[in-house]
Design a protein. Structure first.
Lengths: 259, 309
């Protein structure tokens, strides 16, 4: 019963997406191309000429950066899809009110939304991996191995940011989340340089962020080295964010909508 | 036709923290009728509607819809009703017909079953020519008609309309009333909240007057007017300098006198005779208008306030 309702929510997300898919796909291609060209190639030359290689365990900068950026971009997609569209559904367009007047329940709505975020992450990470290969950052097999951990990373943010969006009153909360949460994580959680480069007091904070676990895992899978912690532990930590985030998202949305 | 009510509420209560929005109300809605909740903003009408629509848990009393409990059988109830909320909540970025299709899918209908239904509803809402346009390009009246069409996609037995014509111009309102009247002819039960007395008089077979979470009176529009008001009302306006002792000077002129900030209402069975007497007493009003009593007068009588502040 509830499973069919959940699938209808996914279907209707896809139907709505059909209207915007062209623009969406173009920016999904453009984003990694711009980043890898500017940072990976141009900046990378300088890094590789300096003392970069020792700090990066012998990898050239483009190879080091690409899988990290894949995980960080998955974070941005997951968080972005869970922020403004959710606030629009609750408050700006009130479309959630319309959906919940049908047999669909809050639980179906949240599950369907997160499944849709997963599909979006699959599309985004596949395109990103393709661009990685085009730039010669990794081989095809490595790029494919990086997809699953990147999706898991994106979903950790998709679930927890949905819970946040269902809790915060308006867009200022979302803006703050991106300014003080997502953006610093993007810069300091190992995407662009190893966390060991950070001052000592900042390192534990970086290790606690879900993005660092995602970056470490994605990079380890893509570049075939052993991550800092056992693979299952990284996955479990991200899984915890997904499970707790989803449960909180359903709870908060129920509190907000079913009053 | 079975006589059991479609909706039955006993002591129905809704609280938001300390505030009691709906305070132990009793009412019944019968199959096939148009039932209204008339009252000002904040009277508890929308809260009552949301409880009937099985999207808002009740905090006290009993409520049954189609003989079912909204708490445990919410999804089954929602499958059989249509909801027109106070604020339109259409998907503005997609076309008119896809709004209907998407909504129909939430009820589990196949696309093949939905398309003929969508054609019918587009015609019903006079939106066939705008079917491929995005919703954001529609006028207020068109959006409202689309919201009603969307609420009918599952062929509901019961349609809940929360302030259906608020914000619409007179022409759009009349078109909408006509559509609602047709639905009623087809046997759809309507529950309507409104703060417009003319809307309640036009559409409702029976209504309750709601104020501050309580039901002040119940009956047909005509019955309520007969019970709580006189046949006619004389609306009299006086210049400012004459207002001071107006209550004394009008004494005995009518069965009841209401002094409002801008005018005085004299409740009487014969407006013309009372009007004549006003002049006879040498009161010299600025204007005098005799009219029939309306639900507005019923509300004023019951609560001491007018419907629209």
């Amino acid at each position: 019963m509830a499973a069919t309702e959940t699938l209808r929510v996914v279907e209707n997300h896809a139907r709505t997406y059909r209207r915007v898919w062209r623009g969406s796909i173009i920016s999904t291609f453009l984003n990694p191309i711009l980043y890898l060209a500017a940072m990976g190639v141009s900046l990378g030359v300088l890094v590789d000429q300096g003392s970069g290689r020792q700090a990066l365990d012998g990898f050239d900068y483009l190879t080091f950066l690409a899988p990290g950026l894949l995980a960080a971009s998955a974070m941005q997609t997951g968080a972005g899809d869970a922020a403004w569209p959710v606030m629009a559904g609750i408050k700006w367009r009130r479309t959630y009110e319309a959906v919940l007047a049908t047999p669909v329940a809050v639980r179906d709505l949240v599950t369907g939304h997160l499944l849709w975020v997963t599909i979006r992450l699959l599309m985004m990470t596949t395109i990103f991996s393709f661009v990685m290969v085009l730039f010669g950052a990794t081989g095809v097999a490595e790029a494919v191995r990086a997809i699953i951990p990147a999706i898991v990373t994106g979903l950790a943010f998709g679930a927890s940011v949905t819970a946040f969006s269902a809790t915060t009153r308006d867009h200022t909360g979302l803006t703050s989340l991106f300014r003080f949460g997502i953006m610093p994580m993007f810069l300091f959680s190992g995407t662009f340089f190893p966390v060991t480069q950070l001052p000592g007091w900042m390192q534990p904070i970086a290790y606690a962020t879900p993005l660092w676990h995602g970056v470490e895992l994605t990079r380890a899978r893509a570049l075939s080295f052993d991550p800092m912690l056992p693979t299952w532990l990284h996955f479990s930590y991200l899984g915890l964010w997904i499970v707790v985030g989803s449960l909180l998202a359903a709870r908060q949305l129920r509190k907000r909508m079913v009053i | 036709m079975d006589g059991s009510p479609l909706v039955e509420a006993r002591g129905l209560t809704k609280r938001f923290g300390e505030f009691t929005a709906v305070d132990a109300v009793d009412f019944e809605v019968r199959r096939g009728e148009a039932f209204g909740f008339l009252g000002p903003n904040g009277a508890g009408k929308s809260s009552t509607m949301r409880m009937i629509g099985a999207v808002s848990p009740i905090n006290g009393g009993d409520l049954s819809v189609f003989g079912m409990d909204p708490e445990s059988e919410g999804a089954t109830i929602r499958a059989r009703i249509g909801v027109v909320p106070q604020q339109d909540n259409l998907d503005e970025e997609i076309p008119v017909d896809e709004n209907l299709l998407i909504y129909g899918r939430y009820f589990g209908f196949s696309r093949a079953a939905l398309w003929p239904r969508i054609e019918e509803l587009l015609a019903f809402a006079e939106l066939t020519e705008r079917r491929h346009d995005k919703v954001e390009s529609l006028s207020g009246g068109m959006k409202r008609r689309l919201t009603i069409a969307r609420a009918l996609i599952n062929q509901p037995e019961l349609l809940l309309l929360d302030e259906p014509t608020t914000g619409l111009d007179p022409q759009a309102r009349h078109l909408l009333w006509d559509r609602l009247y047709r639905l009623k002819q087809q046997g759809v039960t309507l529950i309507i909240t409104t703060h417009f007395m003319d809307e309640a008089e036009q559409l409702c077979d029976r209504l309750v007057v709601m104020d501050k979470g309580k039901i002040a009176a119940e009956g047909s529009p005509r019955g309520l007017i007969d019970q709580y008001s006189t046949k006619e009302v004389l609306e009299v306006r006086f210049p400012d300098e004459a207002k001071a002792d107006i209550a004394e000077r009008l004494e005995g002129l009518a069965k009841r006198v209401e002094i409002l900030p801008d005018r005085v209402l004299l409740y009487t069975d014969d407006g013309d005779a009372t009007s004549h007497e006003v002049w006879t007493r040498g009161l010299e009003p600025e204007s005098v208008l005799a009219r029939r009593s309306s639900l507005e007068d019923v509300f004023l009588r019951l609560t001491g306030r007018s419907l629209i502040d």
